[in-house]
Design a protein around this ligand. Structure first.
Ligand code: G3P
Length: 236
């Protein structure tokens, strides 16, 4: 499963990319507005940090202008993926851009029927918004299960399921169990995934016991350090 991060905050992206766990980034107009930066400048910075796919969303609502916007956005960097909304115009733009060789992420997907249309329009990714479904009392993860099952039944569907609108770790884990290809994770949720109280408690105990030995791995006695300089002995 690939991890994208769902933010346009360049500092967050730089920090999380340093973990080596970030395969890509997704942005949307709301996240760009929240960043407070110039859209093209923010995209340039993100693409310089993360070599993987970086989703940038068009803001026009008609096919022709969406395609024009997409062409400008793809000039920013080679790893730009164009996000279009799941509307008839958006899917027409998806087909046109896909035929030109541009990767498209069809966003604002809320049903299996819409996900089928996105696959038929040649989308590289479809983004079902699971948190927003949960917010209205529906079951976001059930939608992921449905889409994974449908796409799995048709090998000619090459669209990947990009789980979006993620609110918590359970969303990530359950989507992974279902075999979703990608999950785009808000920074706070990714940071929370590292945490477990038993990890903290266990590490504290190991360090306390180690301190009692008075030893240091980096400050070894001279003879042990000299051994390190010798080539490793081959085992029989
Ligand atoms: O990037 C699109 C999606 O992840 C938005 O999430 O939290 O605004 O529902 P949210």
């Amino acid at each position: 499963m690939r991890f994208f991060i769902d933010t346009a905050d360049v500092d967050e992206i730089r920090d999380l990319a340093a973990t080596g766990l970030v395969d890509g980034v997704t942005t949307n107009p709301s996240l760009i507005a929240k960043s407070g930066g110039d859209f093209f400048e923010v995209l340039r910075e993100i693409c310089a940090i993360v070599p993987g796919p970086v989703s940038a969303e068009v803001t026009a609502t008609d096919t022709a202008t969406m395609i024009e916007e997409a062409r400008r956005l793809t000039r920013v960097a080679e790893n730009i993926v164009i996000k279009v909304p799941l509307t008839p115009d958006g899917l027409k733009a998806c087909r046109g851009l896909t035929d030109e060789g541009t990767k498209v992420n069809v966003t604002l997907c809320f049903s299996a029927a819409q996900a089928i249309l996105a696959a038929k329009a040649g989308a590289r990714y479809v983004s079902p918004f699971i948190g927003r479904l949960d917010d209205i009392g529906a079951d976001g993860l059930a939608l992921i299960a449905e889409i994974v099952e449908i796409y799995g039944a048709y090998p000619d569907f090459t669209t990947e399921v990009l789980v979006a609108s993620v609110r918590n770790m359970t969303h990530v884990v359950e989507a992974a169990k279902m075999g979703a290809h990608v999950v785009t994770i808000p920074p706070a949720v990714l940071r929370a995934m590292f945490k477990h109280p038993l990890t903290d408690r266990g590490l504290e105990a190991f360090l306390a016991d180690w301190a009692k030995t008075g030893q240091s791995i980096l400050k070894q006695p001279a003879d042990t350090a000299a051994d390190d300089a010798k080539p490793a002995r081959r085992s029989a």
